[in-house]
Structures are given as structure tokens and as C-alpha cells.
Design a protein around this ligand. Structure first.
Ligand code: DAH
Length: 347
């Protein structure tokens, strides 16, 4: 169509009217192509100027350019209008009520194991024991041999062991916190020692409601010049009274551990039945809480202390088991199940 022969004013009005109809980006583009595009009618009109008699060209040219400018401006306006509409629509659909109160962030809490370890350490700290840290991954020597458990000693069978690959089997996940005793003695000798060693221990065992493969212990060690079994008994009695309550009696039973001589196991009166006998205490009225004894002369020697001059006592106590008794929890696996309904009760 040869626009130069048409009434440009009419064409402009039609174009403006159809621009008003454009409802979206696609409509706008289509309008632009037919009107302002390279093949749109404005271009055609400009091309058609050449066919006009030379005298008419300047006037017609100026007129086409006026229309072009006017339509370009209209296009910009329409584009801005559509953008504003789209923005308004998305603001309306994504509206946020900024006056709503925020959701309270949950407060974290301590795991029952952590709380129990801290409580135990705090009680021993009152008796002068400092916390000593000892690694989770340990050499066979420190975990066993230096504690009087040489290779092939039958007592090693009491603690099935995770070995770390390679290292000729000499590196293990510690099966007990007792290697902390050797480390502390070697670090502090010939000073007197009073330490507790809290931490995780690992045993390659069947997981049941009463035992996990991975659990915690709090080891204790006192070394000095006049330490006797009375000190051990007093320390443990005081601990039991504060941790479980002074109404429960404590008893010391002869036992065997390679690193202590003599050795004792310590029982507390069943806190579930009060000593009468129940399912939990297997009708004995007593619950075992720890192993202990006077540090074996060989172990003192391995730590650098002369057993003719120094003596000491030690104990090894679980963390989860006493917590289970204290809080009457019926399944040790809850400690590792990460169930907030359980954990929040103690946080
Ligand atoms: N290490 C022993 C265990 O894990 C517990 C133990 C018993 C530690 C007697 C001691 C001790 O320090 O004297 O079974």
C-alpha cells in the first residue's frame, strides 16, 4: 500500500487506537512490527517519497517524520503503561503483610549428653578435678598396651574394637577414655594430678536398647603421694550423692580391670524401685554405675610416676547410662535419633 497517497492523519489515528488495544508484550511487538518496523508502513511511506514529484517531497517527508515521531512516543508510553500494569499485578499477587508479627526463631538447646557431661564435670570440678581432653582416635599402645593390656591379653575381648584402616592395625577408635590417663601422666609428671576425661568412645557391638556402638565416658584420675582407696570411695560417694541424690546408698564390689589393682565396681541403690527389686535392676536392688580402682603400678610407671613414691585412683563411668537412670529413659538409642520431641525435654 502506498501510504504517501493516503491521508497520513487517518493512518496515525488508526495506529494510535490499535496501540491502546495492546494488552501485553506480544501485542505491543506486533504493533511495532506493522507500524514502526523495517517493513512497517512508516518505512514504506518513507520509501514511497522517491516516487513523488520532487516539489512535493519535502512537505510530505516532513509530515511522515512527524507521524513517525508521534507514533514512537506513543509506543514508548504504551510500553511504560504495560510495564507499570505488570508490576502492579505482581505486587498485588505477591503482597506481604509487613505488619504481621514475625515467627519466633526456635531457641537451640544443649543435647542431653552434653548437659550430663557438663553436670558430671562440674561436680568433679568442685572436688578439684580439671577437665583433660584426649583424642578420639588413639594408638593401640595408648588404648591398650600401656594400660596393661598387651596384645593377645584376654581382657581385650571385653572391648571389641574399630581399627583405623592401614597403620598395621595400630590405630584404633578409642574403646575407652582410659588412654587419657597415660597422656595426662606423661604431660604432668611429677606433679600431682586430678583430672576428668570426658569424651566419646567406640565399640564394635550390637546396638540394643541398652547399648550403642558409640557412647560417652567420663574418666577420672588422681595421682599423688598419699592417695588411698578412702579417697576414691569418698570421691565416688560424693559424686553419686550429688548426681543421683543423697537418699541412694552406694556399694563397692571387688572386680577386675587390668589397669587397676585392686579394682572395684560401684553400684547405686536402684533409683527406680529404691532397692526393693524391679525389672530395671534385675531384682537385685542395685545398678552398676562405674568401674574403678587403685592405679596399677605398671600404669603409673608407663605414665612416668614411680609407684614406690606415688599412688593414685581412677574410675571410668558411662554418661548415657547414668542419664538414663536419672531421667528414667527407656531406650539408649534416643540419644542418637535426633528426635526433637525427645531432646527438647532436656534442653
Ligand atoms: N575403661 C573401663 C571400661 O571402659 C572403665 C574403667 C574401669 C576405667 C576402671 C577406669 C578404671 O579408669 O579404673 O570399661
Amino acid at each position: 500500500m502506498d501510504k504517501t497517497t493516503l491521508d497520513l492523519t487517518t493512518a496515525q489515528e488508526e495506529a494510535l487506537a490499535s496501540l491502546d488495544q495492546a494488552q501485553d508484550e506480544a501485542g505491543l511487538q506486533q504493533w511495532r512490527n506493522t507500524v514502526l518496523g523495517r517493513k512497517g508502513w512508516i518505512s514504506e511511506a518513507l520509501k514511497g517519497l522517491g516516487k513523488l514529484p520532487p516539489a512535493e517531497r519535502p512537505m510530505m517527508g516532513q509530515r511522515v517524520n512527524e507521524v513517525k515521531t508521534r507514533l514512537e512516543a506513543a509506543y514508548d508510553q504504551a510500553e511504560a503503561r504495560l510495564k507499570a500494569q505488570a508490576l502492579a499485578a505482581s505486587l498485588a499477587s505477591e503482597a506481604v503483610d509487613v505488619t504481621l508479627p514475625g515467627r519466633p526463631a526456635g531457641l537451640g538447646g544443649l543435647h542431653l549428653t552434653t548437659r550430663t557431661i557438663r553436670e558430671m564435670c562440674a561436680i568433679f570440678a568442685d572436688m578439684g578435678f580439671q577437665v583433660y581432653r584426649s583424642p578420639n582416635v588413639e594408638t593401640d599402645d595408648l588404648n591398650f598396651t600401656l594400660l596393661n593390656l598387651p596384645p593377645h591379653h584376654p581382657a581385650r575381648d571385653m572391648q571389641d574394637t574399630f581399627h583405623v584402616k592401614g597403620n598395621e592395625g595400630r590405630v584404633v577408635l578409642r574403646t575407652q577414655t582410659s588412654p587419657g590417663q597415660i597422656r595426662a601422666m606423661r604431660e604432668y609428671h611429677p606433679e600431682p594430678i586430678r583430672i576428668v576425661v570426658p569424651g566419646m568412645v567406640f565399640r564394635y557391638e550390637q546396638v540394643t536398647v541398652r547399648s550403642e556402638m558409640q557412647f560417652h565416658q567420663v574418666e577420672g584420675l588422681a595421682v599423688g603421694k598419699h592417695i588411698t582407696m578412702a579417697d576414691l570411695k569418698g570421691t565416688i560417694r560424693n559424686f553419686a550423692a550429688r548426681f543421683f541424690g543423697s537418699q541412694y546408698d552406694v556399694r563397692f564390689r571387688p572386680s577386675y580391670f587390668p589397669f587397676t589393682e585392686p579394682s572395684m565396681e560401684v553400684d547405686i541403690e536402684c533409683i527406680v524401685c529404691g532397692g526393693v527389686g524391679c525389672r530395671i535392676c534385675k531384682h537385685s536392688g542395685w545398678l552398676e554405675i562405674l568401674g574403678s580402682g587403685m592405679v596399677h603400678p605398671d600404669v603409673l610407671r608407663n605414665g612416668g610416676y614411680d609407684p614406690d613414691i606415688y599412688s593414685g585412683f581412677a574410675w571410668g563411668m558411662g554418661v548415657e547410662r547414668p542419664a538414663i537412670l536419672k531421667y528414667r529413659i527407656d531406650d539408649i538409642r534416643l540419644f542418637y535419633a535426633n528426635d526433637l520431641r525427645f531432646l527438647e525435654q532436656y534442653a
